[in-house]
Design a protein around this ligand. Structure first.
Ligand SMILES: Nc1ncnc2c1ncn2[C@@H]1O[C@H](COP(=O)(O)OP(=O)(O)OP(=O)(O)O)[C@@H](O)[C@H]1O
Length: 281
């Protein structure tokens, strides 16, 4: 089946000044449209550098980046249009939050779009409710916890309703409840048609959340495919310092007569259901 791509990197090389190795080394990889993609890779594998190229903050020294089938142009007007259709949520919310309260910050981007104040207020209200930020609307940003700041930064990007949203380690520093709320929020915008991409080290999260996985290693794409394809074997992932998700690891430790030919369950609930069936058979 032919897939439609939201972003396509072709032979992208990027070398930060005064560093020994290039951060992206002829990276060729595509982000499928309409999916939930996890970009997996250990520290320094190039995930953030990839995202910074996707919004034109960094520019390839060699190769091209395409968005919606068109090679990026770095002219001011076109970059502004790119950033309306591609939203990036930084790993560190301090890089993103500029105004003094969550409500001001979330409404800031919308003010530049010509939307009227009533529509802005309604959009902010619904996004902040979705991410459980309503009660924090007017609290000074510097008094928020890191997890609250991360949710505020996401709310600001979500409010702009981009076609593609890129999240760099969105769940780090979130407690389980906030993580669940954030993932539910992402699922909701995904259901409305947004392509969602998250960079993470968390194999368990990637396994249960994503329907497409990209594995980066030393600035190159090492593997891309469905979670079942990527996690079908441990060797390749172990070779680059990434293990298997817990559920896949447990699954492969069961006697092969029970698991043969079946991919590991994606959630603890599904795993429990399979175990219950096995124990009762
Ligand atoms: N501003 C910078 N200046 C110099 N080198 C940089 C800069 N930012 C990143 N690098 C280097 O580029 C490489 C890729 O870094 P990048 O931040 O893209 O990786 P990452 O996969 O996002 O890592 P992490 O999981 O730690 O966030 C690393 O070797 C890193 O040290």
């Amino acid at each position: 089946m032919d897939m439609e791509y939201s972003l396509a990197f072709d032979g992208v090389v990027f070398h930060y000044p005064d560093t020994k190795e290039a951060a992206l080394r002829e990276l060729t990889v595509s982000i499928p449209k309409g999916r939930k993609t996890a970009v997996l890779g250990h520290n320094g594998s190039g995930k953030s550098t990839l995202f910074l190229h996707a919004v034109g903050i960094l520019r390839p020294q060699k190769g091209t980046v395409q968005q919606g089938g068109r090679t990026l142009s770095y002219a001011k007007k076109e970059l502004a249009a790119l950033r309306r259709s591609v939203g990036l949520v930084f790993q560190d919310p301090e890089q993103q939050l500029i105004l003094s309260t969550p409500l001001e910050d979330v409404s800031f981007g919308l003010r530049g779009t010509g939307m009227d104040e009533a529509a802005i207020a309604e959009r902010c209200r619904s996004v902040m409710e979705l991410l459980n930020l309503t009660e924090l609307s007017d609290k000074p940003v510097h008094q928020l916890s890191l997890g609250q700041k991360k949710r505020t930064a996401l709310a600001g990007v979500m409010a702009m309703e981009p076609e593609l949203i890129l999240l760099d380690e969105p769940t780090s520093y979130l407690d389980p409840l906030s993580e669940t709320q954030m993932l539910q929020g992402l699922d909701l915008i995904h259901e409305k048609g947004t392509t969602v991409v998250m960079a993470t080290h968390d194999m368990n999260l990637a396994y249960r959340w994503a329907d497409w996985i990209i594995v980066l290693d030393q600035g190159r794409c090492r593997a891309e495919g469905t979670p079942e394809e990527i996690f079908a074997g441990a060797e390749e992932l172990q070779a680059i310092g990434l293990g298997l998700p817990l559920l896949a690891d447990l699954w492969y430790s069961l006697p092969a007569r029970h698991t043969a030919g079946q991919p590991p369950p994606r959630t603890a609930e599904d795993f429990k259901a399979v175990l219950t069936r096995l124990l009762n058979s």
